[in-house]
Design a protein around this ligand. Structure first.
Ligand SMILES: [Zn+2]
Ligand SMILES: [Zn+2]
Length: 290
């Protein structure tokens, strides 16, 4: 089959790799109909993740059709149209039982192989999905393939970010970064009842989209987000900051923007070695950081 494979810093190849087959009786094979590139794929692309095997098929966001099922698969059939979260899950462990399936003790991230162990990714014609009954979901009727593609990571991560922010209608919220996840976090916050969501970015098209979604756009290259939020909130910072970037500058901004006793809900994958602020500073602001 053809796949987009990792070959080191800024090197992705479109090449042939072996077709996946059923290995365990709980596996299924999915023929990919659509896949996406996640912001976290870019960490591997730009920073050359140490440990990631060359030749690994990239990507963890895909939807497709079941084309083969292992003999112990109970709920899925050939021909089912399915979506997947970015990791596999057993459905039985402590984390699966509390709904935190991305921390399943048996879970694996698609598109991550080290020393030939791990899973191939979804930017390929076919994907092997272990623990398929608990990992995959049939795409519900009325949800398009394009919509379903967002459910596995971008939309669900954005909504989770908003959920952690413990939204209350009258409070003020700041979303740092209006890429796909930040935009979905805005939608999530508004869905949870937020009336004042400040969307911070420097890219005009993203800010425009944030505005369409109901946020108040703040262009950080022209305006001071902290002053704007404080002016609108009796001199306090934001009640919660939804951090959807994941670098030291965005972490620092989140820290500066949040009021004492507020929440930083961080979902941006951060590969920086050091925090942008010293941990005791969390105590100084009596912060809850999620
Ligand atoms: Zn992703
Ligand atoms: Zn589990």
């Amino acid at each position: 089959m053809k796949a987009l494979t990792f070959h080191g810093k800024e090197t992705i190849r479109f090449e042939s790799i072996p077709d996946p087959g059923i290995i365990l009786p709980t596996d299924v094979i999915v023929k990919v109909t659509l896949c996406a590139i996640c912001g976290s794929d870019l960490h591997a692309y730009y920073e050359h993740e140490k440990g990631l095997d060359h030749g690994t098929a990239m990507g963890h966001e895909f939807v497709g059709e079941v084309v083969a099922v292992g003999k112990d698969v109970k709920t899925l059939r050939i021909g089912n149209h399915v979506m997947s979260p970015f990791t596999t899950n057993c459905g039985n462990c402590f984390y699966c039982n509390i709904g935190l399936t991305c921390r399943c003790i048996h879970g694996q991230l698609y598109g991550w192989r080290e020393k030939e162990k791990g899973l191939q990714g979804g930017q390929a014609e076919f994907v092997r999905v272990p623990m398929a009954d608990s990992t995959l979901m049939e795409i519900p009727e009325g949800v398009t393939t394009e919509e379903a593609l967002f459910l596995g990571d971008i939309l669900s991560t954005g909504f989770f970010c908003a959920k952690q922010a413990e939204i209350k209608p009258k409070n003020s919220y700041a979303v740092v970064g209006c890429g796909p996840v930040g935009l979905m976090a805005i939608l999530g916050a508004i869905e949870y009842g937020a009336e004042k969501v400040y969307a911070i970015d420097t890219i005009p098209e993203r800010l425009e989209r944030a505005k369409q979604f109901g946020a108040i756009a703040v262009n950080a290259s022209a305006e001071n987000p902290l002053e704007i939020i404080k002016a609108a909130n009796e001199g306090r910072g934001a009640d919660a900051v939804l951090e959807a970037v994941g670098n030291s500058a965005s972490n620092k901004l989140a820290y500066d923007l949040v009021r004492p006793g507020g929440i930083i809900s961080a979902v941006g994958v951060c590969t920086d070695q050091h925090l942008a602020f010293r941990l005791p500073r969390l105590m100084i602001k009596t912060l809850l950081t999620k």
